[in-house]
Design a protein around this ligand. Structure first.
Ligand SMILES: [Fe+2]
Length: 372
C-alpha cells in the first residue's frame, strides 16, 4: 500500500567496524529552523541518526492546532492539558525523506511526557518509535542499549526513576556489566537534560540524576555523553564531579535542533545571571541535589564567575553534529551551524580514548556486586 523504502543497517559489532557518520541532534520540533537543521544534516550524509529528546513539541499545541506555549501544563498535579497529536504526524511526514533511508534511535525528552488521563505518559513517544525488544536486554522504551559496529550506545531516561533501587539503575548495571570493550571499544551514553551545561536555562536541573549515576558511568569508562534540552551548543572537556579528569566522559549538548522555543543565550556565570538555586529543578527532576558542590574553581558557590574549566566550547546557534569513529581510540566530532555553508565547521575535535591510561575503574565492581 505504500512505496518500498530501504536502509542500511549498522555494521556488525567489532573493534574494526563503525558506521561512517553518526548525526546527533536534539530538540528538533518543526519550525523554519528545524527545516534548515534537517536539510543541513541530510547534506552531511549520515548513516545513522541519534535524536536526544524533545521531538515534536506537540504538547505546546492546543487541539485546534494553535500554539499554546503552556510550559506548566504537563507537569504533575496540574490539570490534564491538550497536546495536539497531528503535530506528531506532521513531524513524521517531514522527517520521512530522512528516516526512511537512515536508521534513527531516539530517547525521551520532557516534551514527550504528554500526561493524559489516568496518569498515562509518553504514549506517543512509546508508540511511534521502535525500540529494542526484551530479548535485547530491556523491556522499557525509556532506557535501552544497542550496538552500532564497535560502539555500545546506552540511552537513559531522565524523567523516570533512576536511583539505586530503581529498575533503570539495575538494568544499567547489568548492561554495563555485559559490555565487552574488546568488541565494542566505544561506550557512548545519551539522555535528554545535560549534567554539564553552563547556560542559565535549565542550569543544574538534572543534578539528582547526576548524583545518582555519574559515579557508575565514570567507573564504567563512558567515552562520550550526548544531551539536548538546552537550545544551544556546548562541548565539555573530560570531566568528573566538576573537576577535569582525563578519564571522564566528554559531554556534548546539542539541543540546537531549532524548535519553537527560543535559543539559549545567557550563561549562569555571567554577572547577574546565576539562577536562585531553589528554583532550578522542576517537579520531574527529582528535587534539589546541587548541595553536593564541593570542588572546582567555584567551590562552595552555585555558579562560577567565569566560563568553568569543564566547559571547552559553547555557542548559541542552531545546528547539528556528526560523529565519525575512526578506530578503537580515535573519533572525530564536528558541529555544524545552521547559518554556515554546508561544509563550514563550527566546532571540531578529535576525541581520543586512552584505555591504557584509563583502565576501567575498580569502583565499577562494587556497583555491580551491590546492585545485582
Ligand atoms: Fe527538553
Amino acid at each position: 500500500m505504500s512505496n518500498i523504502y530501504h536502509f542500511r543497517t549498522m555494521p556488525f559489532p567489532g573493534p574494526q567496524s563503525y558506521p561512517n557518520r553518526i548525526a546527533v541532534v536534539g530538540d528538533l520540533g518543526l519550525t523554519y529552523n528545524t527545516t534548515t537543521t534537517v536539510c543541513h544534516l541530510k547534506k552531511n550524509r549520515p548513516d545513522f541518526l541519534l535524536l536526544v529528546g524533545d521531538v515534536t513539541y506537540a504538547n505546546l499545541y492546543l487541539t485546534n492546532g494553535t500554539g499554546s506555549d503552556c510550559y506548566s501544563c504537563s507537569f504533575p498535579n496540574t490539570p490534564i492539558h491538550e497536546t495536539y497529536q497531528p503535530r506528531w504526524d506532521y513531524w513524521g511526514r517531514f522527517m520521512q525523506p530522512l528516516v526512511s533511508k537512515v536508521p534513527m534511535m531516539v530517547v525521551e525528552g520532557n516534551h514527550e511526557i504528554e500526561k493524559q488521563a489516568g496518569n498515562r505518559t509518553f504514549v506517543a513517544y512509546s508508540s511511534r518509535f521502535a525500540f529494542p525488544s526484551e530479548e535485547c536486554g530491556s523491556s522499557s522504551t525509556f532506557y535501552y542499549s544497542f550496538n552500532a559496529g564497535g560502539i555500545h550506545f546506552i540511552m537513559l531516561g531522565a524523567y523516570i526513576a533512576y536511583n539505586f533501587s530503581a529498575d533503570q539503575y539495575k538494568w544499567l548495571v547489568r548492561d554495563l556489566a555485559s559490555v565487552d570493550r574488546s568488541v565494542t571499544p566505544w561506550l557512548v551514553a545519551a539522555w535528554h537534560p545535560p549534567w554539564y551545561s553552563t547556560y542559565k536555562a535549565h542550569y543544574r536541573e538534572a543534578e539528582c540524576m547526576m548524583v545518582a549515576l555519574e559515579d557508575l558511568l565514570y567507573s564504567s569508562g563512558v567515552d562520550i555523553v550526548f544531551n539536548g534540552h538546552i537550545h544551544a551548543y556546548e562541548r565539555s572537556n573530560r570531566v568528573y564531579n566538576y573537576a577535569l579528569d582525563p578519564c571522564g566522559p566528554v559531554y556534548i549538548t546539542v539541543g540546537d535542533g531549532g524548535n519553537r522555543e527560543k535559543i539559549a543565550v545567557e550563561h549562569a556565570d555571567e554577572s547577574g545571571k546565576c539562577p536562585e538555586p531553589s528554583t532550578t529543578p522542576d517537579d520531574y527532576m527529582g528535587g534539589f541535589c546541587a548541595a553536593n558542590f564541593t570542588s572546582g574553581p567555584a567551590a562552595g558557590k552555585f555558579c562560577w564567575n567565569r566560563q568553568p574549566d569543564y566547559s571547552a566550547f559553547r555557542e548559541s546557534s542552531f545546528g547539528h553534529g556528526i560523529l565519525e569513529v575512526k578506530n578503537e581510540t580515535w573519533a572525530l566530532w564536528t558541529w555544524y551551524r545552521n547559518q554556515d555553508s554546508y561544509t563550514e565547521v563550527g566546532d571540531q575535535i578529535f576525541i581520543v580514548r586512552q584505555p591504557n591510561l584509563c583502565p576501567l575503574h575498580q569502583k565499577v565492581n562494587s556497583h555491580l556486586s551491590s546492585a545485582l
